[in-house]
Design a protein around this ligand. Structure first.
Ligand code: NAP
Length: 321
């Protein structure tokens, strides 16, 4: 990761369209919506997405709070969103970014395929990934019973006994999904109150396959080849216990994907990009940030989409009218 010296980029590297009016880094709800608005506004628009278009939507089993769909499978919504963007003329390139140059006349990013792409404006919509707890055993058992994706790995735990760590919307959403597959789901939460919104929390509290270990933290994960037991501590009584489990899903918050921009843009201590709350401009002219990667209060699919619409509309108004 680092910054490109714009002077060192030869024109022969400009293999795509030379320069895009709006270069969008990340193709989740925020990025794709920004693309739709930018393209409709007449800007040449490229979205760079290293994974699947739609981003984390693809790993969300069921969405109940993206109107007007009372229930929609994340992957289906991702597909509809991508089709919409493409119909509007948004170009999508399946490459990730490894370096960014955010100063000078032309903004540029280098992709993981060695390509350099230029933008007159940039919208950062790289999103976030799930944070790790930081236990050494968590790393050791990753993919061997420790998971951060219920939709990807849930099926491996049919009729098994599993735990979910965390008390936010992600933990509860995923515990509800996993309860349809596993024999039992134990939510391990460090406090005695859930952070998750009421409707979700109540669903989990009513679910006979879900039980709660309150005021409890996971301190170790044990097993020979894969997860066999979890060691937990009650933070109030300081009592420790070891209990057999077949797997554990960890949902303890988000890690912004902003490492590429560190040092260049103003960020919070934990790496969320700071933007103007009205325009979503970052500390650098012509660079905007939308969705989960920016510092904001409410992280939802609908607020990411709104961010995308705001940033693109503002770009059109300020730089292209
Ligand atoms: P979050 O809201 O930050 O919740 C993280 C949870 O993990 C909290 O309960 C927190 O405990 C716990 N935690 C944090 N660090 C921990 C540690 N070191 N050890 C043990 N527990 C720890 O994260 P999230 O649930 O991933 O949600 C992220 C954002 O996406 C939120 O804005 C959320 O509303 C949104 N989201 C929305 C939906 C939905 O609308 N259905 C679904 C998923 C995510 P404390 O409560 O004690 O702090």
């Amino acid at each position: 990761m680092g910054f490109l010296d714009i002077g060192s980029i030869s024109s022969s590297e400009r293999t795509l369209k030379d320069t895009y009016d709006c270069l969008i880094l990340g193709g989740g709800p925020g990025g794709l919506t920004a693309g739709i608005y930018a393209s409709r506004g007449g800007l040449s628009t490229l979205v760079l997405e290293k994974g699947m278009e739609g981003g984390t939507l693809n790993f969300t089993p069921l969405i109940e709070n993206y109107p007007p769909f009372p229930e929609i499978v994340g992957m289906e919504l991702a597909q509809k969103w991508t089709e919409h963007a493409e119909q509007m003329g948004v170009a999508i390139l399946r490459e990730g970014i490894v370096e960014a140059s955010l100063t000078g006349e032309t903004l540029a990013v280098k992709t993981d395929q060695g390509r350099t792409v230029f933008g007159k404006t940039i919208i950062i919509s790289t999103g976030s990934s799930y944070r790790q707890l930081g236990l050494a055993s968590e790393r050791r058992f990753a993919g061997k019973g420790v998971s951060y994706c219920a939709l990807c790995d849930g099926a491996l735990f049919k009729n098994k006994k599993i735990a979910v760590v965390g008390g936010g919307n992600s933990a509860i959403d995923e515990a509800l999904y996993l309860s349809q597959i596993a024999d039992s789901v134990t939510i391990i939460h460090r406090r005695d109150q859930l952070r998750a919104e009421k409707a979700l929390a109540e669903k989990a509290l009513r679910n006979p396959k879900i039980r709660f270990y309150w005021d409890t933290v996971l301190t170790d994960i044990e097993g020979a080849r894969s997860v066999e037991s979890l060691v937990m501590e009650n933070v109030k009584t300081k009592t420790r216990k070891r209990e057999p489990f077949d797997g554990v899903f960890i949902y303890v918050g988000l890690e912004p994907r902003s490492a590429c921009f560190k040092g260049a843009l103003e960020m919070t201590e934990d790496g969320f990009i700071i933007t103007d709350p009205d325009t979503l401009e970052t500390s650098i002219d012509r660079v905007f940030a939308v969705g989960d990667v920016r510092k904001k209060e409410i992280r939802q699919i609908i607020t990411a989409a709104a961010d995308g619409a705001i940033a693109a509309s503002f770009i059109i108004k300020k730089y292209f009218l």
